[in-house]
Design a protein around this ligand. Structure first.
Ligand code: ARG
Length: 461
């Protein structure tokens, strides 16, 4: 029999239960539901809304229920509809009428709003820690590759020389923003909605601040209609995680390219690659491909939730039960991807010679060659045209700027002298870019220090 059966003459149809029942997925919020009920019952006792002895009995029994579930002595029952009904039914089965008092001055609407906030606060903190672990791996990769020269691209065309360390620090900065974005999101999520009741609070003399404090919230929600119907924090978290996955998918794409024979900048460890069932030569970057693919799934969950909430009138509507599966799926997906992605990066082998030869073959020092002429007094636009002509000649004659004879250089401009070779060496090109943010080793070291200070500020507490 349903807890709300008083107003009804019949049981719900089996098909209705099939659609309505959420315990299959919301049971993962059991610890949060129990914690919330313990805080609520404690407050009811302290405020004299129920007897102190009853409050104590409820709290003790809630703890037993959690322990029994965790030890496998008690199973979730589908008759319960959702996790909140399950706990209340079990409480009443165990301690009778006293159990029935736990729901005084509360509704499932503020209860579920509380549970999901508690749950997401915990998960967001765990994900933040996983991102910081990934940042450490990226930092380690940068440490070993400060002078590993590779081409940097625009339009996927070789553009200018950089180093692998500089490249890695670009991703470290994206992840840093992912962490601070999560922190912002967690800060906004940090409000306790319990006490909002079904939608217009309650007539009992409750103490919302006490409950909020006990549950580790910084403050209470300010309006009861909003308190039960706000799911911004769910969407915001999914937004943060979508951006995070977008970053991982960009690096995944690079990894996939770098593994190809066309690039061969890296070699994945055997433990983080897979073979083909038919082509014996294959070593496939499946992990990176899956992370790239799962990004679509995480975006889909965000769009699903934005669509669920679109045009919902105040206050609680059952549509909102649809928040859980997408946000849980996003969390599970991100938590699965982050550690394996970090391990894949941690174990991959760099192939610096291949990066170096790619860097040597694409005229990526052409800008530096033009800058050389500018230093000799030529306006940049004229220098640009001269170097364009040089490159054109090299392509036609299978030469590079490094192999071209000084004679040929001087035929095109007499401003060229022996020191041009030094000026266009890739090491010189990289070292010259020592401006903050640039690829010169000292500049990258400063970038790494910034990132490692950030990681330390978030992990040493
Ligand atoms: N299981 C519901 C949810 O996840 C909470 C219960 C509120 N239901 C209700 N009919 N008032 O949103």
């Amino acid at each position: 029999m349903k807890l709300w059966s008083g107003r009804f003459d019949k049981d719900t149809d089996a098909l209705v239960d099939e659609l309505n029942v959420s315990i299959g997925f919301d049971s993962r919020m059991l610890p949060e539901d129990i914690r919330g009920s313990i805080a609520h019952a404690g407050m009811l006792g302290a405020q004299g809304i129920i007897e102190q002895t009853e409050s104590e009995k409820i709290i003790a029994c809630l703890k037993e229920i959690q322990a029994d579930i965790e030890a496998g002595r008690l199973e979730f029952s589908r008759d319960a509809e959702d996790i909140h009904m399950f706990v209340e039914t079990e409480l009443t089965r165990r301690i009778g009428d006293t159990g029935k008092r736990v729901h005084t001055a509360r509704s499932r609407n503020d209860q579920v709003a509380l549970d999901i906030r508690l749950y997401l606060k915990k998960e967001a903190a765990e994900i933040k820690a996983l991102i910081l672990e990934l940042m450490k791996v990226i930092l380690k990769l940068a440490e070993g590759s400060l002078d590993v020269i590779m081409p940097a691209y625009t339009h996927l065309q070789r553009a200018q020389p950089t180093t692998f360390a500089h490249y890695m620090m670009a991703y470290a900065n994206m992840l840093l923003r992912d962490v601070t974005r999560l922190e912002d999101c967690m800060e906004r999520m940090d409000e306790c909605p319990l006490g909002s009741g079904a939608l217009t609070s309650t007539t009992y003399p409750i103490d919302r601040h006490r409950v909020a404090r006990e549950l580790g919230f910084s403050r209470i929600t300010q309006n009861s209609l909003d308190g039960v119907s706000d799911r911004d924090f769910v969407i915001e978290l999914m937004g943060c995680l979508s951006i995070l996955m977008m970053h991982l998918s960009r690096l995944s794409e690079e990894i996939i390219m770098w593994c190809s024979w066309e690039f061969k900048f890296i070699e994945l460890d055997d433990a983080y690659a897979t073979g083909s069932s038919i082509m014996p030569q294959k070593k496939n970057p499946d992990i990176a491909e899956l992370v790239r693919g799962k990004t679509g799934r995480v975006y889909g969950n965000l769009i699903a939730m934005l669509t669920v909430m679109k045009a919902l009138p105040l206050a609680y509507n059952k549509d909102m039960q649809e928040d859980k599966e997408p946000v849980f799926d996003t969390i599970d997906t991100v938590k699965k991807c982050l550690p394996v992605f970090a391990a894949m990066l941690d174990t991959m082998r760099l192939l610096p010679e291949n990066m170096r030869s790619a860097a040597g073959a694409g005229f990526i020092n052409a800008t530096d060659c033009a800058d050389y002429l500018v230093k000799k007094g030529l306006p940049f636009r004229d220098a640009y045209t001269i170097v364009g002509r040089l490159v054109n000649y090299c392509i036609a004659n299978n030469e590079t700027l490094e192999t071209l004879s000084l004679e040929k250089y001087r035929e095109i401009s007499p401003l060229f002298a022996e020191d041009v070779y030094e000026a266009i060496s890739l090491e010189t090109c990289v070292a010259a870019r020592y401006a903050p943010g640039g690829p010169a080793p000292d500049s990258v070291k400063a970038q790494m220090e910034y990132i490692s200070d950030f990681i330390r500020s978030r992990t040493s507490s």
